[in-house]
Structures are given as structure tokens and as C-alpha cells.
Design a binder for this molecule. Structure first.
Ligand code: KIV
Ligand code: ZN
Length: 515
């Protein structure tokens, strides 16, 4: 059996199902390019049948990515599978991923189908998919809560029809490592044609065991593909975190004795990009990519580290792409230095016009803030990409007044389409006043679910990165804004969220919530 672990990244599909994490086509392409630099084997770019917007995003990712296999999810029916195949047409290498629930509960309540009907539909769908692609994955949704004998019949049937990867999700995060590993092993042992497919694990983190379960699926069960997301992004408690899987396999190679092709030095960059685009902040104590993951604050630890780093460090920060917060550019840096740093960060620009726009933003920021870090550059590039996407609402300028004992006031000017509007309002604090001023004109009526501020580098010189989560008509969107002035960052974040509510390509359906 091969010792190679296939890393299947589903940040752009299962990660995106996290309420508010929906991404635009351009955002998906930016993340996909970073996933390619990370050298993930398979990029699940979306669920083509969910919306026109997601179909186009998958096609754009398929056209942009050259080295990784690009995949689309599909329900196990002809219509969805055809949509997936069409969206994947531009790909160098493509995979269709069809899924159908196999647990007694899901079959009875969600699908309202008998086990025999499910078995037949699973086989029929793979037979159909095999005419459109040679690389076919079948997922038994809620597989871990399925009856072993029935699941064996389904898996044997779909492998006979041509499925090349068999994925056994723990859809609801119910598994325990040893039991999940044993379950995969039992399936592989009992299914007569199990050696004709690659076995895959896909775990959710509801009990905080997604990474442990996935690794047990590999070690005990013999799976050779792990499905995961950057930062463990995903609905509820999230998915298996890619960075934790990769560093576990590397750091404990003595135990796992497996290899994966990931370039770990791209991990931190990928983590920052996903966090910045989705507005899901990484907790400081998060393994591998949290700000404190390599910070040794206690005196004893520091002393030990100075003598020999292995005393307290099992991984090296630089191996996953952490560089000490280096000042990379400043006010006097020219266009060439800026361009070179973009290249070093792996950010490719399509045109000179795009570079000019980004450079103007860089100069404006350097006027406000003398030291520019990599994180600032990533934020500048996100703002440029959003502006190119033709934002409907766009921040122009603001002023605000707050004084102890007085109610803060804010005046803000922004674009609505191509019309410039100015609005004033009061609020409980300066942020509240600014968002009230915007709402006064836009009248979105959206409910605010979350407001969070995060410093993107250390110190009060840092830019503030604000996330605003809004809900309206059953939809949830996140908007992210950055600026050295956190009131301006808040206004930008609010306008970014309104842009997403305004853009129909953000209306997507969640694959598993549909029959
Ligand atoms: O969790 C799950 O069951 C899934 C499948 C659609 C693969 O995401
Ligand atoms: Zn899932």
C-alpha cells in the first residue's frame, strides 16, 4: 500500500458552507492559487449546481489552476453531475465528487428513500458520472452513522460502477478516533473490491476530534486521502484543519511513516489569506497558525529555547512560513520594490493597471503608517481585488466626533453605484454612529450578527481588521474592512457586507441541506 497521503482541500466548498464565509469568484481564485502553491493534491472549488455564481467560480478556478486536480461537489443525480462536469471543463485535471446519504436517519427523514433505492441511485449516478470524467469520488454522507453491512454493499456497488475514491464522512462530528479507524478498516476488509479505490476520510469537528479521527482513519483504517480545510474552516465547529494534519504527519513521521506533497512553508500565508477573505479570525492559541503557536513567553521556556530549541519546540516556526514580523516596505519604497514583494508573496497581477491601483493604495497606506508588513500588503491586495470586482457600495471618506459625556456623531461619504452620497448620524459610540450613518441611506434592514476588530500586526501602529456579519432574508454574509483607523475599517466592513447582500452570486445552497 502506498505511503502517500492525498491532501484534498475543501476550504472553497465545505469551508464556504460556514455561515457568512461565502466567497466571490475572484476570492475563490485567489485562495485556489495559494492552495496550488501549497501543493494540495485536490482542490474542491465548490458545488456547481448550487448557483450560477458558484458554477462560474468553479470554472474560473479550473482555468486558473494548473497543477492540482480541481473538483466539484454534486448530489448523486444526473443534473448535478452534468453541472459539475460542465463547470470543470477548463481544468487540466478534474474530479467529480458525487454524494448520497446512507445512514438510516438521513435515508428515512431527509431523502425519504428506502435503502434499496439509495443503493440503486448511488450506482446509477456513478455510472453516469463515469461517462463525463475518469476521476470520480463517491461520498456516503453520514457514512460513519450508517449500518456497516449496507454501506459495504453501497461501496462495492459504486466501485464496480467506476468510483475511484471512496469517502466515508463523519458528517456530524460524532466519531471517536479508535472507533472511526476501526470502522474504515472494517469497510476495507469486507468490501471485496476495496483495493480498486483510494479510501478517504472527511471529519467534522463537533467534538473537537476531527484531526484525530482523520489520522486514525489513516493509521488504523488504511485511508490514503484526507479531506480538510485551511484553519479548519467550516460549518458549526468546522472541518479537519489542513495545517494540523500536515504538521502531524511531518512531525510524527516516526509514528505515521507517511508522506504528503504539501509545501508547509506556504501554510501561514494560506491561513492569513483565508482568514482575511472570509473574516473568520484565527484564535491566537490555534495550533500551527495561531499568533501564539510559536510564542515562548515563559522565562523557563525562553531559557531552554536559547540553549537548544528542541527543549520546548517540536516544530520550527519558519517551516510553516512564520517570519518574524519584518518591516518589508515603507514610505520611500518604490513601485519595483512593491512589485517584487508581491512576487515573493506569490501574488500575481493580471495587468499593469491592477499593479498601479495596488501601488496607489500602498502609497496611501504608507502615508498613514510608516512600517508596512506582509499582512498589510495582503490587505491592500484584497481591497484592490474588491474594488475591481465593481463594488456597488464604496467607502470614500468620513469624519466623526466623540467627546466624553456627548453622544458621538459621524459623517460619512460613500458611493452607491456611481452616485456619491453623504450621510450623518449619532450612535452609542463612534463605530455605531458610522454604521448608523450608512444604514440611514442604504436602509438595508439587515440584522447585525457579529462585529469584531483584530489588529493585523502587533502594536497600535497596526491596521485594524474589522469583520461585520449581517443577516437578511435567511442569508448570512461577512464583510471585512481594513484601515489604520478602526472606525473607517468598520465602515468599510459594513459596506463590504452590504455589497455581498446586494450581489446575487452570493446566494448559494448548502449541498447537504437539500434532498
Ligand atoms: O460532511 C459531509 O458529509 C460532506 C459530504 C458532502 C462530503 O461534506
Ligand atoms: Zn463535510
Amino acid at each position: 500500500m502506498s505511503d502517500k497521503i492525498i491532501i484534498f482541500d475543501t476550504t472553497l466548498r465545505d469551508g464556504e458552507q460556514s455561515p457568512g464565509a461565502s466567497m466571490t469568484k475572484d476570492e475563490k481564485v485567489r485562495i485556489a492559487r495559494q492552495l496550488e502553491r501549497l501543493k494540495v493534491d485536490v482542490i474542491e472549488a465548490g458545488f456547481a449546481a448550487s448557483s450560477e455564481g458558484d458554477f462560474n467560480a468553479i470554472s474560473a478556478v479550473a482555468a486558473a489552476v494548473k497543477d492540482s486536480i480541481v473538483c466539484s461537489l454534486a448530489r448523486a443525480n444526473d443534473k448535478d453531475i452534468t453541472r459539475a462536469a460542465d463547470a470543470l471543463k477548463p481544468a487540466n485535471a478534474k474530479r467529480i465528487h458525487a454524494f448520497l446519504a446512507t445512514s438510516p436517519l438521513h435515508m428515512a427523514v431527509k431523502l425519504r428513500m428506502s435503502p434499496e433505492e439509495v443503493l440503486e441511485q448511488a450506482k446509477r449516478s456513478i455510472r453516469f458520472a463515469r461517462n463525463l470524467a475518469s476521476d470520480i469520488e463517491f461520498s456516503a454522507e453520514d457514512g460513519y452513522r450508517s449500518e456497516l453491512d449496507f454501506l459495504c454493499r453501497v461501496v462495492e456497488g459504486v466501485i464496480n460502477e467506476g468510483a475511484t475514491t471512496i469517502n466515508i464522512p463523519d458528517t456530524v462530528g460524532y466519531a471517536i478516533p479508535e472507533l472511526y479507524g476501526d470502522f474504515i478498516k472494517a469497510l476495507r476488509t469486507r468490501v471485496p473490491n476495496s483495493d480498486k479505490a483510494v479510501w478517504s476520510v472527511h471529519c467534522h469537528n463537533d467534538l473537537g476530534m476531527a484531526v484525530a479521527n482523520s489520522l486514525a482513519g489513516v493509521k488504523i483504517g488504511g485511508a490514503r486521502q484526507i479531506e480538510c480545510t485551511i484553519n479548519g474552516l467550516g460549518e458549526r465547529a468546522g472541518n479537519t484543519a489542513l495545517e494540523e494534519i500536515v504538521m502531524s504527519l511531518r512531525t510524527r513521521k516516526d509514528y505515521f511513516d507517511m508522506v504528503c506533497g504539501i509545501d508547509a512553508t506556504q501554510i501561514v500565508q494560506a491561513s492569513r489569506l483565508v482568514s482575511h477573505i472570509t473574516g473568520f479570525v484565527v484564535q491566537p492559541n490555534k495550533a500551527v497558525v495561531g499568533a501564539n503557536a510559536f510564542a515562548h513567553t515563559s522565562g523557563i521556556h525562553q531559557d531552554g529555547i536559547l540553549k537548544a530549541r528542541e527543549t520546548y519546540e517540536i516544530m520550527r516556526a519558519e517551516d510553516v512560513g512564520w517570519a518574524a514580523n519584518k518591516i518589508v516596505l515603507g514610505k520611500l519604497s518604490g513601485r519595483n520594490a512593491f512589485k517584487q514583494r508581491l512576487q515573493e508573496l506569490g501574488i500575481s497581477l493580471e495587468s499593469e493597471a491592477e499593479l498601479n491601483d495596488a501601488f496607489i493604495r500602498f502609497k496611501a497606506l504608507a502615508d498613514q503608517k510608516s512600517e508596512i508588513f506582509d499582512e498589510d500588503i495582503i490587505a491592500i491586495m484584497s481591497a484592490s481585488a474588491a474594488a475591481e470586482g465593481g463594488e456597488y457600495y464604496r467607502f470614500l471618506s468620513m469624519s466623526q466626533h466623540s467627546e466624553t459625556g456627548e453622544r458621538p456623531k459621524s459623517r460619512i461619504t460613500f458611493l452607491v453605484g456611481d452616485q456619491e452620497v453623504t450621510s450623518e448620524a449619532e450612535g452609542n459610540g463612534p463605530v455605531d454612529a458610522s454604521l448608523n450613518a450608512i444604514e440611514e441611506k442604504v436602509k438595508s434592514g439587515a440584522e447585525q450578527l457579529l462585529y469584531s476588530v483584530n489588529a493585523i500586526t502587533s502594536g497600535t501602529q497596526s491596521q485594524g481588521e474589522v469583520t461585520v456579519r449581517l443577516a437578511k432574508g435567511g442569508r448570512i454574509v461577512n464583510g471585512v474592512g481594513t484601515d489604520p483607523d478602526i472606525i473607517a475599517a468598520s465602515a468599510k466592513a459594513y459596506l463590504a457586507a452590504l455589497n455581498k447582500l446586494h450581489d446575487p452570486s452570493h446566494i448559494k445552497m448548502n449541498a447537504q441541506m437539500t434532498p
